[in-house]
Ligand binder design. Structure first.
Ligand code: ZN
Length: 251
């Protein structure tokens, strides 16, 4: 109660703003916990975020992208479409950058709690689809050097959000990132594939946990699917029975 009053008091002094449209967030939303999306994005902006394509569409586009490599992922689920939304004439330039703003916030601006909130949104979709049977949730690791620079791995926090909804343990020790790969941003899809192919490895002590396991890989954004498929291939080689992937955004 005191905590709630304090929060309201702070909000009167310096109203918390929506990350996307800068409107003040209402006090009611601030009653929710810090891992709730309403603490960061107003309802109006939430309603304007486009849902990602269906899992069948995502799977077929990844399969197409990866060919002739085999896609090892059985299901791919994403929460929000990353492509810029059509500009509406009624509200020009308000929302076309929304998904990018959120992605940058969790990736580069230290918004760990937002990452977890977005993870909960993703978890809600998985639950709705009934895709919930896993031994472990496995965030895509980042290299220790990058983790030190950034202070955290955003995919890990997304994974905790998914875990909040599905009540499945998160395992960050099954795989690790071996090479400090070049930033993917400016590479062609062929270069990306080579860049990530050798980047991951299985922790020796985790082999028995992977064998026969059903796993859900988590990443912030799905682009070509190369990174997720590299991890899936590695895990399949170590005996994982089923590997799915879920991401907050899908390009
Ligand atoms: Zn807003």
């Amino acid at each position: 109660m005191i905590q709630k009053l304090w929060k309201h008091f702070l909000n009167v002094l310096a109203p918390q703003e929506c990350l996307l449209c800068s409107c003040p967030l209402d006090n009611e939303a601030l009653d929710n916990d810090i891992y709730d999306i309403s603490q960061y994005v107003c309802q109006r902006c939430q309603d304007c975020l486009n849902p990602a394509s269906s899992r069948d569409t995502l799977l077929s586009s990844v399969t197409h992208n990866l060919a002739p490599d085999v896609c090892r992922l059985q299901h791919i689920v994403a929460r929000y479409a990353y492509s810029p939304v059509e500009r509406s004439f009624a509200e020009p330039d308000t929302l076309s950058l929304s998904p990018a703003t959120l992605l940058y916030a969790i990736k580069y601006h230290g918004k760990k709690h937002l990452a977890r909130a977005l993870g909960r949104e993703l978890g809600a979709i998985l639950r709705m689809l009934g895709i919930v049977q896993y031994h472990y949730i496995v965030p895509i690791p980042i290299h220790t050097v990058r983790r030190r620079e950034r202070g955290y791995n955003q995919s890990e926090h997304i994974a905790y959000g998914v875990a909040d909804v599905l009540s499945i343990p998160v395992r960050t020790s099954l795989i690790y990132r071996r090479a400090y790969t070049l930033s993917q941003t400016y590479l062609s899809s062929h270069e990306r594939r080579n860049n990530v192919r050798t980047a991951f490895a299985v922790h020796h002590h985790s082999r028995s946990d992977i064998n026969g396991a059903s796993l859900l890989l988590i990443d912030d954004i799905l682009t070509t699917g190369a990174t997720l498929n590299t991890c899936a291939t590695l895990l399949a080689e170590h005996g994982a029975q089923r590997i799915d992937a879920a991401t907050v955004f899908a390009a």
